[in-house]
Design a binder for this molecule. Structure first.
Ligand code: SF4
Ligand code: SF4
Length: 471
């Protein structure tokens, strides 16, 4: 029985409700009147429910499909403006006791070298990341209670925040670790993490259990309720996602939106971010062996529909995707991207060893190239981490985002952090592009007070060497 308020994952992600929704969508996918009503609802920019999104997903109506894409772009601009937040993953350890069939870190893979970074090695990786200009990281590590216990994660977070190299600092550490206990989530919260990220991989319980045959991750119910425990532990920014390609995309989109609805219903706060990874090649992994891989145009439609359904949620696309796909995704609703990423443990100091990467990168550009590219596309590359440092998390963040007020912070913060980047790490070419953009975008800040203050602070960065301003 479907119940979004339930604590039982089989009720808030109800298999029957997903099948019913897809059946209903199939029957109504070209019902012009209904399509029009859903598009009008989407135009209010307050979201769609999973059934409405399913109908839009299945429709072949050309006019509606065109509207979905143009509306996604508008909703993104209305909520977040033209800033794109940048981050990098930091892999700490590839020890893992699970056997996820799509991941080369699975316990049975003998081909890869197992590495766990020491605190000294973490320090070196962080210095390398700071020297690129990064301020925001996502920690990644496999599940292994002996090699990667929670104390190791906490110590590593502490190390990362403590490193101040030249003008660099990591100001927000997001964490992607296996589902754990309320007590451990509380410890992560107390360590000052930003978002807790955990991908569901697939919402289809039967497939989930087959894809995770061994190890603690096999427990679908425990994995699916991780965000509920994280919230109980005090973490109010959580990031969800599925690995597209494992199950049918139709099933996954409906499940993903039901998960967002459950979090909103139970805690008053939906997911802070949604990631949209697609399965990619890696050592021991052939994506063609998964029958549900999805084409670029379907992938783009899914991104647009997530934007319509949860306008207030940040969307993330990683370097798993190519420059071309990422460019299109930015247009449709993605608000955060990684840049200059390494998906191997120790990869920022040692270079990328493809045999030990978690997945092959489709976008190998440096952070500098990504920054220049964003500017040339008319976006403001942003290294902003202000919200969580100002206590704007959970429902405080959501109310600002839903009322479109967050834009008053995002835009000046993006410009100030871009200025910092240019001063400390920018090439002559980046500086030339970036300074022009800053000048132009400052003029667009609507509120006089905000505009004047941003101008003054940007000037102080250049003339007095000051750093780390934020709204
Ligand atoms: Fe381990 Fe995560 Fe890879 Fe699964 S996806 S094998 S849990 S590192
Ligand atoms: Fe993100 Fe908040 Fe900064 Fe906007 S102001 S970019 S929402 S941290």
């Amino acid at each position: 029985m479907y119940n979004k308020f339930s604590k039982d994952p089989n009720e808030f992600i109800s298999h029957e409700e997903i099948l019913e929704s897809l059946k209903y969508a199939e029957e109504n996918k070209n019902n012009k009147l209904l399509l029009r009503q859903i598009i009008e609802k989407a135009k209010e920019e307050r979201g769609l429910d999973h059934r409405q999104a399913a109908i839009l997903l299945l429709t072949d109506d050309k006019e509606t499909n065109k509207e979905i894409f143009s509306l996604a772009k508008k909703i993104k601009e209305d909520h977040y403006g033209n800033r794109i937040v940048l981050f990098a993953p930091l892999y700490l350890s590839n020890y893992c006791v699970n056997q996820c069939v799509y991941c080369p870190y699975h316990a049975k893979n003998q081909n890869i070298v197992r590495i766990k970074l020491t605190q000294e090695q973490i320090k070196n990786e962080v210095i390398a990341l700071q020297d690129m200009g990064h301020k925001r990281l996502a920690l990644e590590l496999g599940e292994d209670p002996i090699n990667n216990p929670i104390d190791y994660v906490l110590e590593s977070i502490n190390t990362i925040y403590s490193i101040k190299h030249k003008n660099g600092s990591i100001r927000r550490v997001n964490v992607n670790i296996a589902a754990t206990t309320v007590e451990n989530y509380r410890k992560l919260h107390e360590a000052g993490i930003g978002t807790y990220i955990l991908f569901q991989e697939t919402y289809n319980k039967k497939s989930y259990e087959e894809l995770h045959p061994v190890g603690p991750k096999h427990d679908y119910d425990y994995h699916t309720t991780a965000m509920d425990r994280a919230m109980e532990g005090g973490i109010d920014d959580v990031g969800i996602g599925v690995l597209f390609g494992l199950e049918t995309y139709k099933y996954e989109l409906v499940g993903l939106l039901m998960h967002a609805e459950h979090l909103e219903a139970s805690f008053g706060v939906g997911p802070h971010t949604i990631s949209v990874p697609r399965i990619q090649p890696a050592d021991d992994i052939d994506p063609n062996s998964f029958k549900n891989s999805l084409a670029d145009d379907t992938f783009e439609k899914i991104i647009a529909l997530i934007r319509l359904s949860v306008p207030y949620t940040g969307m993330i696309i990683s370097t798993r995707e190519s420059k071309r796909v990422r460019e299109k995704a930015l247009d449709l609703g993605v608000s955060q991207i990684s840049g200059g990423s390494r998906t191997t443990v120790g990869g920022y100091c040692e270079g990328e060893d493809i045999n030990s990467a978690q997945f092959e990168l489709a976008d190998n550009r440096s952070l500098e190239e990504v920054v220049d590219w964003l500017i040339e596309l008319g976006y403001i590359p942003s290294f902003c981490t202000a919200c969580y440092r100002e206590g704007r998390t959970g429902d405080r963040f959501m109310s600002l985002c839903k009322s479109k007020q967050i834009l008053n912070c995002c835009q000046p913060n993006a410009l100030m952090t871009l200025k910092e980047y240019l001063l400390d790490y920018g090439s002559d070419f980046s500086k030339e592009l970036g300074e022009k953009l800053i000048e132009k975008e400052l003029g667009k800040i609507p509120r006089d007070l905000v505009r004047d203050r941003a101008k003054k602070l940007i000037k102080e960065m250049a003339t007095e060497g000051k750093r780390d301003f934020r709204f």
